[in-house]
Design a protein around this ligand. Structure first.
Ligand code: PGA
Length: 265
């Protein structure tokens, strides 16, 4: 099946990022990285899609070593809001840059909900990422209760407004990810129309916040993306790829999603 191609603004090359969360060990990650490299070569996925993976932080160096020289990029699932210093357990943007990380996820709903990350901390992390030359992948999304009570746009608006000042001069070196909390790891997915409406809202809100590069910004959809639903989601005009959790731990599934993003599924 070939997914419908859409006309994307220049600069909005499809992007797929795997969020491995707190899964894996050296043996598992070696084998997943080998599967990705091999599958990538065999399926000639070079030009049409950008692809990255975000391993747990102790394994970023391993991913960097194994993926160096390939078309695949890597990144982190989090970044410190501080530049350097006595912050036990934190990882600075400069350290991620040192490991040649392209991406850092910021404000994932699990960080917001389980670790109390606030909009202000998200903004500080975005600032650190940009200052370090690491592309922030800023995650926003509403809970089921917020959606059902008609607050989706209020929540997304608040989360976006918190980072507009950081992004005004970022000239496109940032990515947004719309991840409805109720779709993460649940098997529930936003319908293509729901995803499109939220993505359009996010883009317009950025523009309204003075982030004029937002027309060209990539906005990823995340939340139970699988090989079977990826092409339809990615065919929406404001959906520029995906942030993939569970399915990114299976090389063939992740590669199938990358192919859907490239329009060659
Ligand atoms: P999921 O996770 O694909 O397992 O739903 C997505 C995410 O949390 O980024």
């Amino acid at each position: 099946m070939t997914s419908p191609r859409k006309i994307a603004a220049p600069g909005r090359k499809p992007l797929v990022i795997g969020n491995w969360k707190m899964h894996g060990d050296v043996a598992f990650i070696e084998s997943l990285l080998a599967g990705l490299r091999k599958g990538w070569r065999q399926r000639a996925l070079t030009q049409a899609v950008d692809v990255g993976v975000c391993p747990p932080s102790p394994y970023i160096g391993l991913a960097a070593a194994r993926l160096a020289g390939s078309a695949l990029s890597w990144g982190a699932q989090n970044i410190s809001a501080h530049e350097r210093g006595a912050y036990t357990g934190e990882v600075a943007g400069s350290m991620l840059a040192d490991l040649a990380c392209t991406w850092s996820l910021i404000g994932h709903s699990e960080r917001r909900a389980l670790f109390g990350e606030t909009d202000a901390q998200v903004a500080a992390k975005v600032e650190q990422a940009l200052a370090s030359g690491v592309t922030p992948v800023i995650c926003v999304g509403e809970t089921l209760q917020e959606r059902e009570s008609g607050q989706t746009e209020d929540v997304l608006g608040r989360q976006i407004d918190a980072v507009c000042a950081n992004l005004q001069d970022a000239s496109g070196h940032y990515v947004l990810a719309y991840e409805p909390v109720w779709a993460i790891g649940t098997g529930l997915t936003a319908s293509p129309a729901q995803a499109q409406a939220a993505h359009r809202f996010v883009r317009n809100r950025l523009l309204a916040g003075g982030v004029f590069s937002a027309s060209d910004a990539r906005i990823l959809y995340g939340g139970s993306v699988k090989p079977g639903n990826a092409a339809e989601l990615f065919s929406q005009p404001d959906v520029d790829g995906g942030l993939i959790g569970g399915a990114s731990l299976v090389a063939d599934d992740f590669l199938a999603i990358c192919r859907a993003a490239a329009g060659v599924a």
